[in-house]
Design a binder for this molecule. Structure first.
Ligand code: GLA
Length: 800
């Protein structure tokens, strides 16, 4: 049998990476190479495993292959029972609970582009045949007619490989799928750091790094959504990998439900990575003749630091995940009433908020929670998607017309997947709520989840939402989801191990129907902020509310962590009130903007309540954002310094991000200081990837410095004494803002890249001039860097 299978290698090339699979003499698929792109004539032989000695206690594949131990092979897939004792990718029970399977090569084909994977509603796509190449390999069990098809699509331009598996039951008995990983990558050594993105509500996706040690590290979600606990994105980095140098892999899953990522260091110091549906609480009955398709997983490789891996993922998301009208389209600046009013508003109040926002340049007004049913707090009305006439007596359409007549787009908040016990919907359909009959149900935010595994519930939702979107003439929809799962059960008769996955499939069905019916609407996903920030949602909704926490300092961590796997165009980022409603931290209005500018900008506050000088600041911010929006939303993003998530302790107090255009002739830099220090050393702005052959201007975005930052020092310059407690001080604090320091440099790209520019000193308690930078705690600057031609190289500041 082995002799009949020709020795064969299959190679996939991206722009900068190569992936090589070998069909070995026993028919198993081994990974020979995944890394930097190889020459077409590269020698393959040295990559072949050298198997010439036996291993005590090991299980050899069979009597004809006494030196082939599955345990020490880098395999493309794995099963229990044939000597591989690492975590298996495929666990399928047959007969009386047996799980031994042995998948060997049957056939393969390579096609241009990416054929759609049947039955997957959320998947990547290629617009042209040149964008991708797809390998489909079919394996079959040596004994039973069970087939495993593995698809590999290399998206050539961004070096991302998408993988999916399809298991077909060709037997006459039902099978139980206990686990089917979407992707397995075995690496020949285990010297890796695992980087995961962890947190909870309001502190999503902080960066966690640890070295891979013997045994298994698991990153997973079991709460029914991809979760803010552990995102499905995972990086493996060499210990010396930095933002700009060194090797790393990045992985993610196109899925919004329970996921599991395994990173295992085997006794033989191999590393195994797997990702897919979390097998905990999962089992799928596969009837004879039926197939099961896993969600797609994606991976990329970089030999030039984790910024490159992120950039690959960003291009992949913008080009091969986000689709429809809003693909690569600049997203509007929005204003949302949630933190301005919470549930307490009237039509007049909303119109007033919208007018104030419009005056400052906001393009889209979003009406948040509270507009429907009897919704005056979060205990009622989810499911009753008809207008609350006490608050909006003229109805949604009239409000939409009012907002449209201001020249703004109108958007509306919904939470379709939910049902409140106190609602007409619950009175009518109590069995639509996910609960277990006879058991007291657990609750989350006083609400229950609708059983989207049922078609009649999904049909109702599509209808109900369609009516809302039409009545509201919605240009934008914020699709919220504010609790996680408990009491898993459906009145439908299927096997309950299938529940969680069926829910995700049901959700995708609803979303895909609505997106198809309303192709022009800009959808923003939300789940108490970023509790479902994943590639599955992004297949339907081009942007996601990153976190309910809009505190600028916290956001540097949240957006920074999110930026590893997701581009700025997907991250909703708002300027909100100070003190912040989640942290009570005070941050000046400019710094709040500077951080939010590295996402899809919005304002979530009563802009009318700002002082005249703050309003002017906001007006300038929005104008600046619109001018640079293409760069901020779609430019190439780099983390230079990551604050508390920095590997280097020296950087722990600083967050520096850069977005650059394609040829690096224009960049915007965020420089955010967490806590102020006094008398610090010279600060240097260095952009390692600036083009040495260019000349650049560096200028600071003009921003206001609140006089309140100076406290009683104001008396050093004021002709009359100003009491710190009096109303004059309060008036000054509210209304007087100074211009920021003069900071302007002309620099050759080599100096900027190799050494950097010496910035003006920060305020240090010993003096103040027009050059002094006043940042304070949580203060920041945005630097605009752009190429200048040689003739203006010696230009004076006035020449700009
Ligand atoms: C969630 C969202 C918020 C807001 C509220 C409304 O918490 O994340 O942005 O929409 O619900 O209830």
């Amino acid at each position: 049998m082995e002799k009949a299978v020709a020795e064969r290698t299959i190679r996939l090339d991206g722009k900068n990476t190569t992936y090589i699979i070998r069909v070995n003499r026993t028919g198993h698929l081994e990974n020979l190479y995944y890394g930097k792109r190889l020459r077409q004539d590269a020698t393959i032989e040295p990559l072949l495993p050298n198997r010439s000695v036996g291993i005590g206690t090991a299980v050899a594949y069979d009597e004809n292959n006494p030196l082939f131990f599955m345990e020490t092979a880098c395999l493309e897939t794995s099963t229990p029972g044939k000597g591989d004792f690492r975590t298996p990718a495929v666990v399928v029970e047959y007969e009386k609970g047996m799980t031994t399977l042995d998948f060997v090569y049957n056939s393969h084909r390579i096609v241009k582009g990416k054929p759609e994977v049947p039955g997957l509603l959320a998947q990547s796509y290629a617009e042209t045949a040149q964008d991708a190449v797809t390998l489909q390999i079919q394996l079959r069990d040596r004994k039973l007619p069970i087939l495993l098809q593995m698809n590999y699509t290399m998206f050539v331009g961004c070096d991302v490989i998408a993988r999916t598996c399809i298991l077909t039951n060709g037997t006459k008995e039902k099978l139980v799928v206990r686990n089917l990983a979407s992707l397995q990558l075995d690496l020949p050594d285990a010297n890796w750091d695992i980087v995961s993105f962890d947190g909870a509500w309001a502190r999503e996706r902080g960066v966690t790094r640890r070295h891979l040690e013997s045994g298994i590290t698991e990153i997973s979600s079991t709460c029914g959504v991809s979760s803010s606990f552990h995102n499905s994105a995972v990086f493996l980095e060499r210990p010396d990998c930095t933002a700009e140098k060194g090797e790393c892999f990045a992985f993610n899953l196109i899925y919004s439900g329970n996921h599991r990522e395994i990173i295992e260091k085997s006794p033989f110091s191999l590393a195994r990575f797997q990702t897919g549906i979390n097998p905990q609480n999962f089992s799928w009955i596969l009837a004879p003749g039926k197939e099961f398709t896993t969600p797609e997983a994606v991976m990329t490789y970089s030999c030039s630091g984790n910024n490159t891996a992120s950039a690959n993922m960003h291009t992949f998301v913008n080009k091969h995940i986000v689709r429809g009208t809003w693909k690569y389209r600049q997203r509007p600046v929005l204003c949302n009433n949630w933190e301005a009013t919470y549930f307490n508003f009237s039509e007049d109040r909303i119109l007033e908020l919208a007018e104030n926002a419009h005056d400052l340049g906001v393009e889209l007004f979003v009406l948040d929670d509270g507009w429907f049913g009897q919704r005056d707090n979060d205990t009622t009305s989810l499911g009753d998607w008809f207008v609350n006439t006490k608050k909006l007596p003229q109805g949604l359409t009239s409000l939409a017309n009012g907002i449209h007549s201001l020249g703004m787009l109108f958007g509306i908040w919904v939470e379709p997947e939910m049902i409140s016990r106190v609602s007409r919907l619950y009175d009518k359909h109590p069995d639509w709520a996910i609960m277990i009959p006879g058991r007291n149900p657990s609750v989350g935010r006083n609400q229950f989840i609708l059983d989207l595994t049922r078609k009649e519930v999904r049909d109702y939702l599509v209808r109900a939402m369609g009516e809302v979107f039409t009545l509201a003439k919605a240009d934008y929809v914020k699709w919220d989801m504010n609790r996680i799962f408990s009491d898993l059960h459906s009145v439908e008769g299927y096997f309950m191990g299938e529940f969680s996955h069926r829910y995700v499939l049901g959700l995708y069905d609803v979303m895909s129907r609505l997106v198809r019916e309303f192709p022009k609407i800009l959808f923003e996903g939300c789940a108490s902020g970023g509790n479902r920030f994943d590639l599955g949602i992004l297949c339907f909704m081009p942007q996601i509310w990153t976190s309910d926490n809009s505190d600028a300092c916290c956001r540097t961590r949240i957006q920074g962590g999110t930026s590893y796997a997701y581009p700025a165009s997907t991250m909703g980022a708002h300027v909100s009130a100070s003190p912040n409603h989640q942290t009570l931290r005070k941050t000046d209005i400019e710094s709040r903007f500077n951080v939010a500018a590295f996402g899809v900008l919005g304002y979530e506050m009563d802009l009318g309540a700002l002082s005249a000088s703050e309003k002017q600041a906001v007006k300038n911010q929005i104008a600046f954002y619109k001018k640079h929006r293409a760069l901020l939303q779609y430019g190439r993003f780099f983390r230079i310094s990551e604050g508390v998530d920095s590997k280097d302790k020296e950087d722990a107090n600083r967050v520096k991000w850069v977005v650059a255009n394609a040829d690096y002739s224009e960049m915007l830099v965020l420089d955010f200081q967490i806590l102020n220090q006094s008398n610090i050393s010279q600060e240097i702005l260095r952009i390692p990837f600036a083009k040495p052959e260019f000349d650049y201007v560096i200028e600071t975005r003009e921003q206001k410095v609140p006089v309140s930052q100076f406290g009683s020092l104001i008396n050093m310059i004021s002709p009359v004494h100003i009491s710190q407690e009096g109303s004059v001080k309060k008036l000054i604090d509210k209304n007087v803002m100074l211009k920021n320091e003069d900071e302007y440099h002309i620099v050759s790209g080599d100096v900027l890249a190799y050494s950097g520019v010496r910035l003006s000193p920060q305020f240090s308690g010993t003096g103040f001039s027009s050059n002094t930078r006043v940042l304070g705690d949580f203060g920041s600057r945005l630097y605009h860097i752009y190429r200048v031609e040689r003739k203006s190289k010696n230009a004076s500041k006035n020449a700009k």
